[in-house]
Design a protein around this ligand. Structure first.
Ligand SMILES: [Zn+2]
Length: 280
């Protein structure tokens, strides 16, 4: 066992923090960053450094890593992650011009199973040429059906992205449920009218408006338009009937509370109808 390494028993008794501290102490890249181990540094700022790989795949093979010890990509702090990936295309451009080379491979091995050998997260920028003899990661085309995993991936990726974008305040919101959409329509007579009278115009507007696009995702606008018209006609005739009744009862002067109640019921029934038409 190398000197200074903990025994298995010692390891088992260590807290996650102690293990992280130990990994950091043993990390050759942290030693490079601290200046304890020499390196061919080609760039550095407050959050990341870039250095030449000592076992390069090609001339100019550069490693880019966060200054703070981070074993794998999911553990990078958001601000450092953003800094690194916002700048990756400029770093790559710099490598290509300096090498010089027309193209480059940008490569991340995330986790041991993916071939990550370094204890410190990093990405590779490898200048490429037509006859450089390097393979292109040899991603094989296997005969595997993806049909059964489509829904799972779609759901999970969308959920992840929505949660992330919402946190960043960038995207509205997840698409509304049918009930929520019914409520939105109920609260927006102008929108309702546009759907009924000018569905084609609405379809065009949806194409250029990301919020409307999400709002009506999966909704057949023409069908919705027809259904809304049906509801409206029924509602108008019901309203007229009610007004007639009201006029008759006016003489009796019903208490005001009752009137309010009636109005609420009206609203709910429209909501109910609009929401029902989605479930048909
Ligand atoms: Zn490190």
């Amino acid at each position: 066992m190398p000197e200074g390494q903990p025994t298995e028993e010692e390891l088992q008794n260590m807290s996650p923090e102690q293990i992280a501290e130990m990994q950091k102490k043993n990390c050759v890249f942290c030693k490079i960053i601290a200046g304890e181990v020499p390196s061919h540094k080609v760039y550095g700022d407050d959050k990341m450094i870039a250095l030449l790989d000592i076992y390069p795949a090609a001339k100019g093979h550069t490693l880019v890593l966060p200054k703070e010890h981070t074993p794998i990509m999911p553990l990078i702090k958001p601000e450092i992650f953003k800094h690194m990936f916002r700048n990756v295309k400029y770093l790559a451009r710099g490598v290509k011009r300096g090498a010089p080379s027309g193209r480059c491979t940008i490569f991340i091995a995330n986790g041991a199973a993916a071939g990550q050998q370094s204890p410190h997260f990093l990405f590779h920028i490898i200048p490429r040429d037509d006859d450089d003899g390097l393979n292109n990661l040899e991603v094989p085309s296997n005969d595997i059906s993806q049909d059964d995993i489509l829904e799972s991936l779609k759901t999970n990726i969308t959920k992840m992205m929505q949660a992330h974008l919402q946190k960043e305040g960038k995207v509205l919101v997840k698409p509304p449920s049918k009930n929520e959409l019914a409520k939105i329509l109920d609260d927006n007579p102008q929108l309702r009218e546009m759907i009924m009278k000018n569905p084609d115009q609405l379809k065009l507007t949806i194409e250029t408006n990301p919020q409307l696009k999400v709002l009506f995702q999966g909704t057949d606008i023409d069908k919705l338009s027809e259904k809304l018209k049906e509801v409206e006609i029924k509602d108008v005739s019901k309203k007229e009937k009610k007004e007639e009744e009201k006029a008759k009862e006016e003489k009796k002067e019903p208490p005001k509370e009752e009137k309010k109640e009636e109005k609420k019921e009206d609203r709910e029934s429209l909501l109910d109808k609009v929401s029902k038409m989605f479930t048909k």
